[in-house]
Design a protein around this ligand. Sequence first.
Ligand code: ATP
Length: 237
Amino acid sequence: MTPLLEVRELSVAYGAIEAVRNVSFSVELGQIVCLIGANGAGKTTILRTISGLLRPRAGDILFEGASIAKLPAHEILSRGIAQSPEGRRIFARMTVAENLLLGAYARRDNEVDADMQRVFTLFPVLGERRHQKAGLFSGGEQQMLAIGRAMMSKPRLLMLDEPSMGLSPIMTQRIFDTISELQSQGTTILLVEQNALAALALADRGYVIDLGQSTLEGSGHDLLADQRVRAAYLGEA
Ligand code: ATP
């Protein structure tokens, strides 16, 4: 079967700095795939390149079997890839509902209201506070809003960049539970996380990115048991 997303020998550079080198991985329909790795390893760069915000220096990115590496970002979004960015980047002066509607701007169908209800079912606090300005929200609530906004484009592939960053343990657990629930509702997810333990516990497949390269891969379960992963990312000697 053709994978939903296939990243082939991808290299990305910022001028002379090569941030990603020869990385390959794939995401099958319905899976949660996670990229783990230290700060600055290149994970965000990979997501931004898939979204069309950066261009590959070499390699290719295929979505449903067709190359998207040269497409503009809005075209990639309308093909069904949405990203919830690191640091959330919600619009603080806009209300919850307005932020969510922005996520749906490229859609031409009439199910937008129903999908907003779906976001409110997943995150009731967003429904209760739909008319409030998003800037007043806590970090966890803003993270819910960023995920909700990405869901509003009805993506076939949802990419989440560090969804647990800066959140309390309870809120982190809520976000990971939501990621599982989204998968069970049929969304395919590419997850970037520094919280390797929680991410691998959830993932069907994981890739370790180190200094711009993919150094290890396996099922989430196998990587969790791997001594090298445990030593590097879970702080075990
Ligand atoms: P983090 O979790 O800290 O975001 P990451 O694994 O997502 O880390 P990237 O943000 O992709 O890593 O960064 C990869 C490398 O590219 C780092 O060395 C970083 O300093 C460099 N880099 C990132 N953005 C830029 C930029 N706009 N210009 C120059 N170098 C950059």
